[in-house]
Design a protein around this ligand. Structure first.
Ligand SMILES: *Cc1c(COP(=O)(O)O)cnc(C)c1O
Length: 386
């Protein structure tokens, strides 16, 4: 009889021999950071998403911080965002002294509801930062129009959505700036890492400076006269948000396989949808007609969630490492201290109550998927009122 011989997380990386070889090559070279692999990875990413510029960072969070900075977000400003995300989307605005304004979500996609954005715009609003939850793009055209009408910058946190498509186009150059993450649970990995993609040169230059302490080595930009060839100037208070060449070698190697990774994720999603089509214990994720998801996660929503704690625990005991995405950001004690209270976004709260992310990642075997399906049904059925 077949037996499960590893635990199955909700998502994970797939690292192969050739990925490892590319990393080893860099380790044996002259530059393990600030070398040639960084620009190579940036060029490959730009080409893949169809953006003029990409700047890679030490994490997706650093990329978000840099994008908000490049957008000019600063003390006293407001920015519109979603509560159904990892805290980083909103935290990065707090770093700059700005105030997150949470807008409730659509119950089907889990994405920010574009119909609720305009009523939250004030004279202080600077930007809109949306999240492509689970890899399903937001309705970009609608949000871009709102941003244009109100003179706001549109930033797309596409940490889940590398390789996702909106109306047939790759995510990455459709908002003013698009953010990706290369954490191991995401579509491709560099260990830790992130990127901002944009078509706008002024953002590109700010992003580069922000990554490196706000320093420029470009003579044409100097405010004082050059003291000699060693000379450089610091113009902004930036950070050390650099990524290493070691990581970029891994990223480049992973990017070459992205179509295979995406195909595997899509096939698993299709199988779940097929096999669970008649199951009434939970709702399945959908894809709107404009969207092709990258399936970073596969979120199901329990009909009866009164025993979710038991379901969660028993699935984990059986080797299925489910997760819940997400605790509404403003529920965190840090945000409560800032004055946000529960009840602010009822749909996001209900989504959180019901949601459970089940395993989806390249390398999941047929037997493992069958095991997940059978176990899931059995455990949820046991803890649901019929
Ligand atoms: C993963 C993630 C981030 C942060 O990325 P890191 O690379 O972990 O810093 C930001 N936003 C969302 C929606 C994410 O899922």
């Amino acid at each position: 009889m077949w037996k499960l011989n590893r635990s199955l997380p909700y998502s994970r990386q797939l690292i192969e021999e050739d990925d490892i070889n590319e990393v080893v090559k860099v380790l044996k070279s002259d530059f393990i950071t600030q070398g040639p692999m960084i620009e190579k990875f940036e060029k490959a990413l730009s080409k893949f998403v169809g953006a003029k510029y990409c700047v890679v960072f030490s994490s997706g969070t650093a990329a978000l911080h840099a994008a908000y900075f490049a957008a000019g977000l600063s003390h006293g400003d407001e920015f519109i965002t979603t509560p159904n995300t990892f805290a980083a989307t909103s935290n990065a605005g707090l770093y700059l002294g700005a105030k997150p304004i949470f807008v409730d979500i659509e119950s089907d996609t889990g994405n920010i509801d574009p119909n609720l954005i305009e009523q939250k715009i004030t004279s202080k609003t600077k930007l809109i930062s949306t999240v492509d939850y689970s890899g399903h793009p937001v309705d970009i055209d609608v949000i871009r129009d709102i941003a244009r009408d109100h003179d706001l910058i549109f930033i797309e946190d596409a940490a889940h959505a590398l390789g996702a498509k909106y109306k047939g186009k790759n995510i990455g150059a459709l908002a003013d700036m698009t953010i990706f993450s290369f954490h191991p649970v995401k579509i491709i990995t560099t260990g830790e890492g992130g990127a901002v993609c944009t078509n706008r040169e002024e953002f590109y230059e700010k992003l580069l400076m922000f990554r490196q302490h706000g320093i420029t080595k470009d003579k044409r930009k100097f405010l004082n006269s050059s003291e000699g060839d060693w000379y450089y100037e610091m113009h902004e208070l930036g950070y050390n948000y650099r990524i290493t060449d070691i990581q970029c070698a891994l990223g480049l190697s992973q990017l070459r396989k992205i179509e295979r990774f995406l195909k595997e994720r899509r096939e698993i999603a299709k199988k779940y949808k097929n096999d669970f089509a008649d199951v009434e214990l939970f709702d399945l994720p959908i894809e709107k007609e404009y969207a092709k998801s990258s399936w970073h996660i596969f979120p199901i929503k329990l009909k009866d969630y009164s025993k979710k704690v038991n379901i969660f625990g028993e699935l984990r005991e059986k080797g299925i490492i489910v997760q819940v995405h997400y605790i509404p950001v403003y529920w965190h004690p840090y945000y409560q201290k800032l004055g946000y209270s529960k009840g602010l976004c009822p749909k996001a709260e209900e989504f959180y109550r019901r949601e459970l992310s089940i395993p989806i990642f390249p390398g999941l075997s047929e037997e493992e998927i069958n095991y997940i399906e059978n176990t899931l049904f059995e455990v949820i059925n046991k803890y649901s009122k019929s």
